[in-house]
Design a protein. Sequence first.
Length: 237
Amino acid sequence: MNKLKQLYEGKAKKVFKTDNPDIYLIQYKDDATAFNAQKRGTIVGKGVVNNKMSAYWFLFLEEKGIPTHFIELLNDREMLVKAVEIVKTEVIIRNIAAGSMSKRLGIPEGTPLSQPVLEFCYKSDELGDPVINRDHIRVMKLATDPEIELMAEYAHKINGYLQAELLKSNITLVDFKLEFGRFQGEIILADEISPDTCRFWDSTTNKKLDKDRFRRDLGGVEEAYQEVLKRITGGKE
Ligand code: TMP
């Protein structure tokens, strides 16, 4: 499989074409941004952690029956994936209030929610990924009704699978963001599942083991990424 022309460079990843039109190559970078790229930095080793952790979760979820874009891990920073068209609707699930939900609604960070809360966001850097609802998605033609329902169903199932698995590592899944893609007419899970896209808290101490350490200048960023990968994969990644 040859790496061909770069298709796209995002804030944390580059996507390349390959000689197979159905397959893209994703390369994970150490670049970190926050607050819609107003804050920029580097988290040494992040690309390796996010590549390995995403591969781990994609394989785990495929075994549970969730279709994903993952094909295979190539090396520390690169994986092959199905060439999806990304749905411009992000799906967030929250189990505990934190981040933008706490800010927007005045619910103190750390407050357990009585049920998982699903949010959709319009994937737009220019607009700062605003929260939207099903009606917005429909009138903006971002996804069809069956696609919306399927993404929501997958997101809730993924939440249950991840929460149960993370419990074994004494990690609480506070919230996370998913992106889906269309491939050969089907909706499949795409993008990444990593400390950039999830809030992971140590279940005993509530220590943050995710990108909030970078966003909030808490220190120990690289160490947290390494620790959470090791805890989750047990070094078998
Ligand atoms: P939020 O509380 O800032 O809205 O973040 C909710 C979840 O989404 C959190 O787990 C981090 C993740 N996230 C991303 O993956 N990308 C982003 O650009 C932002 C702002 C959050």
